[in-house]
Design a protein around this ligand. Structure first.
Ligand code: IMP
Ligand code: MG
Length: 182
C-alpha cells in the first residue's frame, strides 16, 4: 500500500529572533572589519541561502570590497544531503581572485561537504587567503572538518528555515530563524 505524505502543516518553532540575528551580524561585521582591515576583500556568497545574511553583513564591513556569488547544488529539494556537490554558477572571469583576499559567506554548515568542496575549488584560483564566515554552524552531522573563521551561531541539530534558509525553496523570506518540525 502506498504511504501518503502527511498533509499536516509543518510547525515552525522560533530559534533566533531578528533582533538576535541583527546584533550578532553587527558584531561579526565589527570583528571582521578590525581583523581584516588592511585587506581588500572579495566577498563571495553561496546562493541562494546566504543572500540575506550577506546583504546585512557587507553593510557592516568597513574595508573596500567586491561582491561575488557562486551557486552550488548539493541538497536538491530534500533535507538530506546527497553527499555530492557541483557548481552551477562559478565566479565570473572579471573577478580575478589571484592574489586577493576572499571572504566566503555561507548560511549554514551541516556535513561540511559544500564548504570543503568550495574552498578547494576557489584555492585553484590562487587567492592570497580564504576566510570563511558562516551564520550557523550545525554540529550534528559534520563529515568534513572545515575551519570556520567567523561563526554567527552554533546549534546542535534541527532543520532551520528563514533569513535565507529554505526547505524546498520555501521560507527564505522570513525575518527570523525557525526550526521546521514536520
Ligand atoms: P553541507 O554541505 O551538508 O554542509 O550543507 C550545506 C548546505 O545545505 C547549506 O548551504 C544549506 O543550503 C543546506 N542546509 C544544511 N542544513 C540546513 C538547514 O538546517 N536548513 C536549510 N538548509 C540547510
Ligand atoms: Mg539550501
Amino acid at each position: 500500500m502506498a504511504v501518503r505524505a502527511s498533509k499536516r502543516k509543518p510547525e515552525l518553532k522560533l530559534v533566533l529572533s531578528r533582533g538576535q540575528i541583527s546584533n550578532r551580524v553587527q558584531e561579526l561585521g565589527s570583528q571582521i572589519s578590525q581583523e581584516l582591515s588592511d585587506r581588500e576583500l572579495v566577498v563571495i556568497g553561496v546562493l541562494k541561502g546566504a543572500f540575506v545574511f550577506m546583504s546585512d553583513l557587507v553593510r557592516a564591513l568597513e574595508m573596500p570590497l567586491q561582491l561575488e556569488f557562486v551557486r552550488l547544488k548539493s541538497y536538491g529539494l530534500d533535507t538530506a544531503s546527497s553527499g555530492e556537490v557541483s557548481i552551477t554558477k562559478d565566479v565570473e572571469p572579471e573577478i580575478r581572485l589571484m592574489g586577493k583576499h576572499v571572504l566566503l559567506i555561507e548560511d549554514i554548515v551541516d556535513t561540511g561537504l559544500t564548504l570543503a568542496f568550495l574552498k578547494d575549488h576557489l584555492a585553484r584560483h590562487k587567492p592570497a587567503s580564504i576566510k570563511i564566515c558562516a551564520l550557523i554552524d550545525k554540529l550534528e552531522r559534520r563529515e568534513r572538518l572545515v575551519e570556520l573563521d567567523y561563526v554567527g551561531f552554533t546549534v546542535k541539530k534541527g532543520f532551520l528555515v528563514g533569513y535565507g534558509l529554505d526547505a524546498a525553496e520555501n521560507y527564505r523570506h522570513l525575518p527570523d530563524i525557525y526550526e521546521l518540525r514536520a
